[in-house]
Write a protein that binds this ligand. Structure first.
Ligand code: ATP
Ligand code: MG
Length: 462
C-alpha cells in the first residue's frame, strides 16, 4: 500500500530500562503510539511497538523479539510507521513469521509493497453480508451448525477435545470441495503442530494455495498478540489484490486474547473482568471486525477457541462468541463416548439455522434430529436408573433412533486416518439429509448401532 521502507539514520533515543519483553525508551521527539522502533546489537535486530507515553521523554514499548542481548543505552531508531509486512502474490506457498519473514528457509518476499498489520476494517458500504452455506462434507456440521460463506465460525472446546483436528479437516475439505486459498494463523499453540501442518501441506500439494503465519507459544507476548493480525493482513491482501475467495483459519483465537492480557499486565494496567485486560472487548473487535467480505472477495473464517476449564461463561470466550455466525461447541462428554468430531449437537448453533436460509427440507430434518437427541438426553437419567424397559413405547422408539443418529453423526476424518486406521470420508449434505430422514422414519431401526458408527453415508444399508 505504501512506498519503500524508511531507512532512519539518526537514532531518536536509547533503551532506558528493560523488564523482560517491556522496554522503556528515552527519546526525543516522542514517537506516536503503535509506531515501530528498531535497534540492533551485533547483527541482531529488535523491533519495539510503542504502547504508552510515560512522560515527555520516555515511551514504554513491547518487544516483538526476544530481549536477550539487549542492553541499556542501546540506540533506538524510528521506522516512521507501524509494524508492517511485505505483500506480494508470491506469498502463496510460504511459511512466515509475524514480520512476514520466511520461516521455511526460502527467499524473503519481494520488498516492493507493504501493509500495516494494524488497520481499519473496510467502510460499512464496502462490506457485503455473509450468504449461503459453505458445505464441509462433515455430517454433523453441515446438518446442525452449517458454516456461512463469508461468515465467521468458532470451534469452541476445552483442552484436547479435537479443535485442531477439526480445523485441519476443514482445511482439507475446502481444498477438496472448493478451490480457494487459505491463510492459517498459528497463534500461541504447539510448535510441533506448526511443523506438522507445513510438512503435511507440502506433501499433499495444497501448500501452493496457502499461506502459513506462525507465532507459537515459545514467542514473546508481543508476537503472539500481533501474529493473528499479520495472518489477517495476508488474508485481506489476497482478497483485495487477487480477488480470491479466502479461508482464514486461526488456531487459537483464545491465545490472542491471552497475549493481549499479558501485554496489558506488562504495561501495568489493572485487570478488569476476572483477570482479563480492561481492553478485552475492543481488542477482540479490532481483530474480528476486520474479517469481512467485500465486493472484491470473501473471507470466511474458522477460529479454534480454547475454553478454559470447559467454562463457556469465561469472559474471553463470551467476547469472541458475540462476533460469530456459527459456533461449533466441542464437548468432553461426546469425546468421552468416542463420538468424533465431539460436536455437541444441542449446544452448537448457526445463524443459518432458519427455515428461510436452509429451505424447508433441511430445516425439518435438522429439527427432527435435534428433537430426538434432546429427548434422549432428557431420558438418559431415567434409563440409567430404571432401564429402558420402563419407558413408554413412543419414548423407547425415540431413544432407539436417537442412539443410532448419535453414532451416525460421528465421522472418520482424513487428517487422523493414519492414527485411527480408518480412511476419512466426506459426505455431501444431500446425502446426510437423506440418511437422517431415513433414521427419523425408522428405515434403519433394524441396523445394529455399531454399524451406524464412524462411517460415511448409509447407502449400503438400504
Ligand atoms: N475427529 C477425530 N477423530 C479421531 N480422534 C480425534 C478426533 N479429534 C480429536 N481426536 C483425538 O483427540 C486428540 C486431541 O485432539 P486435538 O489436538 O485436536 O485437540 P485440541 O482441542 O486442539 O487440544 P488443545 O486444546 O490441547 O489444543 C487427538 O490427538 C486425537 O487423538
Ligand atoms: Mg489444539
Amino acid at each position: 500500500m505504501d512506498s519503500a521502507p524508511v531507512h532512519p539514520s539518526q537514532a531518536i533515543g536509547h533503551v532506558a530500562e528493560i523488564y523482560g519483553p517491556v522496554v522503556d525508551i528515552a527519546c526525543d521527539p516522542l514517537p506516536p503510539l503503535h509506531r515501530a522502533l528498531t535497534a540492533a546489537v551485533d547483527h541482531e535486530r529488535y523491533v519495539f511497538e510503542v504502547h504508552q507515553h510515560l512522560d515527555r521523554t520516555r515511551v514504554r514499548a513491547i518487544t516483538l523479539h526476544r530481549t536477550s542481548g539487549l542492553k541499556r543505552g542501546t540506540p533506538v531508531y524510528d521506522t516512521g510507521e507501524a509494524v508492517r509486512v511485505p505483500v506480494a502474490p508470491e506469498v502463496l506457498g510460504r511459511l512466515l513469521n509475524v514480520f512476514g519473514e520466511p520461516l521455511d528457509g526460502g527467499e524473503p518476499l519481494p520488498q516492493g509493497e507493504f501493509r500495516a498489520v494494524l488497520s481499519r476494517p473496510p467502510a460499512l458500504h464496502e462490506a457485503v453480508p455473509a450468504s449461503g452455506i459453505l458445505e464441509t462434507g462433515i455430517k454433523v456440521i453441515d446438518l446442525l451448525c452449517p458454516f456461512v460463506r463469508g461468515g465467521k465460525t468458532g470451534l469452541f472446546g476445552g483442552a484436547g477435545v479435537g479443535k485442531t483436528v477439526l480445523i485441519m479437516e476443514f482445511m482439507h475439505a475446502i481444498v477438496a470441495l472448493h478451490q480457494g486459498v487459505s491463510v492459517f494463523g498459528g497463534v500461541g499453540e504447539r510448535i510441533r503442530e506448526g511443523h506438522e501442518l507445513w510438512h503435511e501441506m507440502r506433501d499433499t500439494g495444497v501448500l501452493a494455495n496457502a499461506v502459513l503465519v506462525f507465532g507459537q507459544m515459545d514467542e514473546s507476548p508481543g508476537v503472539r498478540f500481533r501474529v493473528g493480525l499479520t495472518a489477517l493482513t495476508y488474508a485481506e491482501y489476497l482478497r483485495d489484490a487477487l480477488g480470491k475467495e479466502v479461508l482464514f483459519l486461526m488456531d487459537n483465537a483464545f491465545r490472542f486474547v491471552q497475549a493481549g492480557s499479558e501485554v496489558s499486565g506488562l504495561l501495568g494496567r489493572m485487570p478488569a473482568t476476572v483477570g482479563y485486560q480492561p481492553t478485552l472487548l475492543s481488542e477482540v473487535a479490532e481483530l474480528q471486525d476486520r474479517i469481512v467480505s467485500t465486493q472484491r472477495g470473501a473471507i470466511t473464517s474458522v477460529q479454534a477457541i480454547y475454553v478454559p476449564a470447559d467454562d463457556m461463561t469465561d469472559p474471553a470466550v463470551g467476547a469472541l462468541l458475540s462476533h460469530l455466525d456459527t459456533s461449533v461447541i466441542l464437548s468432553r462428554s461426546q469425546a468421552g463416548k468416542g463420538i468424533y468430531p465431539a460436536v455437541d449437537p444441542l449446544l452448537s448453533s448457526s445463524k443459518m439455522m432458519d427455515r428461510h436460509f436452509l429451505g424447508d427440507h433441511h430445516y425439518a430434518v435438522a429439527e427432527g434430529v435435534r428433537e430426538h437427541l434432546a429427548r434422549y438426553q432428557e431420558l438418559e437419567d431415567i434409563i440409567t436408573m430404571l432401564g429402558i424397559e420402563e419407558l413408554s413405547e413412543k419414548d423407547r422408539l425415540t431413544v432407539q433412533r436417537a442412539r443410532r443418529l448419535q453414532r451416525y453423526l460421528s465421522q472418520p476424518f482424513h487428517t487422523v486416518s493414519e492414527h485411527t486406521g480408518i480412511p476419512g470420508v466426506s459426505v455431501p449434505l444431500h446425502q446426510t439429509l437423506a440418511d437422517c430422514e431415513g433414521f427419523l422414519r425408522g428405515d434403519y431401526d433394524a441396523v445394529p448401532e455399531d454399524r451406524c458408527y464412524m462411517r460415511g453415508a448409509m447407502t449400503a444399508e438400504r
